[in-house]
Design a protein around this ligand. Structure first.
Ligand SMILES: Nc1ncnc2c1ncn2[C@@H]1O[C@H](COP(=O)(O)OP(=O)(O)O)[C@@H](O)[C@H]1O
Ligand SMILES: [Mg+2]
Length: 244
């Protein structure tokens, strides 16, 4: 496990309300190297959790520590280790895929020469090399999704946060992405939300089940399945979240 020693994200009693609506309710968990699959019905608080970790939304209370230091104190240093693929995003339609990645690399302050190599490598990985010069405005949903994934991977982030990364991908693309995520997770923390539960079963080391902003259950996929005497994660979902 490379670089695993100094890589730990600790979330402690994290809370967020929107008006009177509790979106995240005293969420606590420690994350180390590996893939964490976050499952929950719409409105369970998955995106809120990710927005808080990426500091796109202000928390009400609680702590988020990276290697023991609060991410708000780390500021730019923390942002440099995070790659975020948002659930929905206005991708700049007038940019070509390559231009868009260059632009994000600049925002991330990746040195130009390094960025150039990475961009070409990532375009290959997400299978967009051929259309890299074309404007994003004309891309299909799945192609935009792959551009968003590529931008999240720029700068070799230690913490990769993917909100519904497989949405809009066809089965072949989903399989490719799944295998790639497994490869990536060897030396980083990967968070993944999805409503396609079968995607997570073979990818995640640990599953977190969320309901009403709370973490209600977690464990390795096979352990959770055994606990409910189920066949697959769908059975786990039904057992804990079935009435959602
Ligand atoms: N910007 C917002 N303003 C008001 N309510 C919000 C906002 N974002 C999320 N919520 C509410 O917080 C709860 C959790 O939402 P969210 O984190 O998006 O859930 P999930 O990603 O699991 O579907 C929901 O009840 C949602 O309506
Ligand atoms: Mg969401």
């Amino acid at each position: 496990m490379k670089n695993g020693a100094n890589m730990k994200l600790q979330i402690c009693q994290l809370c967020k309300k929107y008006g009177s609506k509790v979106a995240l309710d005293h969420f606590s968990f420690d994350f180390e190297c590996g893939v964490y699959g976050i499952i929950g019905a719409n409105g369970a608080g998955k995106t809120t959790l990710m927005n808080l970790i990426t500091d796109n939304v202000k928390r009400d209370s609680g702590q988020i520590l990276w290697d023991g230091r609060d991410i708000l104190d780390l500021g730019k240093k923390f942002r440099a280790v995070v790659g975020y693929m948002p659930q929905q995003s206005g991708v700049y339609g007038e940019y070509s895929a390559r231009e868009f990645l260059r632009y994000i690399a600049e925002l991330k302050e990746i040195p130009r020469k390094k960025a150039k190599g990475q961009i070409e490598e990532l375009l290959n990985i997400v299978n967009l090399k051929e259309v890299a010069h074309k404007k994003l405005g004309g891309f299909s949903g799945g192609m935009k999704q792959r551009v968003l994934l590529a931008q999240a991977l720029l700068g070799e982030p230690k913490l990769l946060i993917l909100d519904e990364p497989t949405a809009g991908l066809d089965p072949k693309e989903r399989l490719r992405l799944r295998n790639y995520i497994i490869e990536l997770s060897k030396d980083r923390i990967v968070f993944l939300t999805t409503h396609i539960i079968s995607d997570i079963e073979s990818t995640a080391n640990e599953i977190l089940l969320m309901k009403n902003g709370q973490l209600i259950k977690h464990g390795a996929p096979q352990a959770l399945i055994a606990e409910v005497c189920g066949k697959n994660l769908d059975d786990v979902y039904m057992a804990y979240l079935g009435d959602d």
